[in-house]
Design a protein around this ligand. Structure first.
Ligand SMILES: *Cc1c(COP(=O)(O)O)cnc(C)c1O
Length: 373
């Protein structure tokens, strides 16, 4: 039994920077007492995985006693074929979250700085703190990353700059031209990580996933995921495209079998199912714009999004605020995402769900806003 009265000096104590981490709280998936739950909290693909991914996953069952291919060769080749890339410059991860952590582990340590935009993805400050580095937040303008503010945030101690493009949770993005300006003005010893988790959803021609920037310089990495449009969030699969030196560093810090066999098999199958990707994109375009229209009509502020979610701002009056709206929706089985951890306490994020889920969210909020429906 643990002696709870032992003095602190006689107990193992985690590093102080570890205890400064506010644990990541994911979106919920259940509502007590409600059977039909509409999960709009995690930006998952509401249409589910492609049938070929499911089949590939199931066919793996008799092989579960075997270690996976530690190099994920077939998967890297499939990704390279799909995107016209060099497979040697691809590293796969247990979700792109793992790649974010590995990049920080390899390039930053105590007293180093990791730069991100004010309302950037929460994994960046979290991964920085885990290695004792200091997250530095650059102000945004109108809930959008700002190239000049990011450049002004670079100090002698900056080792990495993370930019989600499009960004979660704001849904905003930097154009290809802005991305290039940021890269060109960035000190060449700072590693610029472009997190393009939602790239497949974007249909604008002024957008760039950053892929071509990786090929041009030694200090740009792009990360991607199978958790969003490919509908494989449960399997944890991500990849990055990086210069050779970065690839080499990542292979040194990653676990030898960091990507499981089911993820590799399902990922390969998902890449081949072009029709499923098209269907997901078409569905998303239609229902994101529907959500935007309907929520705006209710008098709510919907921030322009090019991804598979919308950020919605509420009044600050108690009872009319985001927190009350969250509770109101939750009781009706609609799970939104609270945004206080992102510095946006007056907003909620809603993923684009199925038609039924989108309609449930809108009618819930219509009732909340007093319009009735
Ligand atoms: C969802 C998301 C990811 C994906 O993380 P995985 O670990 O691959 O599931 C990465 N970056 C951003 C900005 C995201 O929103």
């Amino acid at each position: 039994m643990t002696d709870k009265s032992a003095p602190a000096a006689l107990r193992p104590s985690p590093k102080s920077h570890v205890m400064e981490i506010a644990p990541y709280v994911g979106g919920g998936h259940a509502v007590p007492g409600v059977d039909e739950v509409h999960v709009l909290s995690a930006n998952e693909n509401p249409l589910g995985p492609s049938p070929s991914s499911i089949a590939a996953y199931q066919s793996l069952a008799p092989q579960l006693h075997r270690y996976p291919d530690g190099g994920a060769d077939a998967l890297r080749n499939a990704i390279a074929n799909r995107h016209g890339l060099n497979p040697e410059c691809i590293v796969c991860g247990n979700g792109s979250d793992e790649l974010i952590s590995l990049l920080v582990q390899a390039y930053a340590g105590p007293d180093d700085e990791v730069l991100h935009s004010a309302h950037g993805f929460l994994m960046y400050p979290l991964a920085a703190r885990a290695v004792g580095a200091r997250p530095v937040s650059a102000p945004e303008v109108g809930l959008r990353a700002d190239v000049d503010a990011l450049l002004a945030g670079v100090s002698e101690r900056t080792r990495l700059l993370f930019l989600a493009n499009p960004n979660n949770p704001t849904g905003s993005f930097l154009t290809g031209i802005e991305l290039r300006r940021l890269r060109d003005a960035l000190r060449p010893d700072v590693l610029m990580v472009i997190d393009a988790a939602y790239a497949e959803y974007v249909s604008r021609n002024d957008y760039s996933s950053g892929l071509e920037l990786v090929a041009e310089r030694d200090n740009v990495v792009m990360t991607r995921t199978f958790s969003k449009i490919y509908g494989l969030a449960a399997l944890r699969l991500g990849w990055c495209y990086a210069p050779r030196e970065v690839v080499d560093a990542l292979h040194r810090v990653r676990g030898p079998f960091n990507v499981n066999a089911a993820a590799q098999a399902a990922g390969i199958a998902a890449l081949d199912d072009i029709a499923a990707i098209e269907a997901a994109r078409t569905h998303n375009d239609q229902w994101r714009s529907w959500l935007d229209d309907e929520l705006s009509r209710l008098g709510l502020t919907v921030h322009p999004s090019i991804a598979n979610f919308v950020l919605v701002s509420f009044e600050e009056t108690p009872g009319r605020d985001a927190s009350s709206a969250y509770d109101f929706l939750f009781q009706r089985g609609v799970i939104a995402r609270r945004m206080a951890a992102y510095g946006l306490p007056h907003a909620l994020r809603l993923s684009v769900g199925t038609e039924r889920e989108c309609r449930a969210a809108v009618s819930g909020l219509a009732e909340f806003c007093g319009g009735g429906r």
